[in-house]
Structures are given as C-alpha cells and as structure tokens.
Unconditional design. Structure first.
Length: 113
C-alpha cells in the first residue's frame, strides 16, 4: 500500500467513524486560518458535536483530503459520510437555516446556543 492509499484509508476511517467531521487548518481552539475558524464558529453556534482533523500535521493529509473530496480548499465538512462543502457553502447553509435542517434530517443532535 503506498502512502496515498494509506492517507485515503485514514480519511475514510475518520469520515466513517464520526457523524460530523471537519478537516481544517489548526484546531478548534487554535484555528490556523480564517476560513477554518469561521466553520468552527458556525458548528459551535449550531451546537453540534464534531471532530476535527488538523491537516497541517501532515502534507499527505492536506493533499489527500483535497484528492479524496475532489475539492481544492480546506476546511472541508462531512456529515454522516457525505461531503457538505467548504467555508462559503457552510456559511450560506448556516445563514439560510439549511445547515440546521440538514443536521436534523440526518438525525444529528444539535443544541443551539
């Protein structure tokens, strides 16, 4: 198994074992880019529990997630194994109420503040 296969496997494991997962730059406490910070803020605002993967910890992960989703930018949000999108999409969905609706539809527990 080459390195890229290994990374894809890791990505798939993360997506399969977490209902809501955000691939981001940095961590929720110390986001390393404004877009990642914005998505963390939105998820906290909606009150959903989520896991994160810091793509800055490995170049393979950073490149791997872009290939995996066929999406050129980070952060990337997945809900119930489905790719939702990046910062712009998540922001639009949040503002329109679509994000909350999708989480409810998929049976994800939310606790808006």
């Amino acid at each position: 198994m080459n390195n890229l296969d290994h990374v894809s496997q890791n990505i798939e494991n993360e997506i399969n074992s977490n209902d809501v997962i955000l691939f981001m730059k940095g961590t929720p406490v110390f986001p390393m880019c404004g877009f990642s910070a914005r998505v963390v803020e939105i998820l906290n605002n909606v009150g959903v529990k989520f896991e994160t993967v810091n793509v800055l910890e490995s170049d393979e992960m950073r490149e791997g997630i872009k290939k995996y989703s066929n999406w050129p930018t980070i952060p990337q949000l997945y809900v119930k194994k489905e790719f939702v999108g990046g910062c712009d999409i998540v922001t639009e969905m949040f503002e329109s109420g679509e994000l909350l609706e999708m989480l409810n539809t998929k049976g994800i527990e939310v606790n808006p503040s």
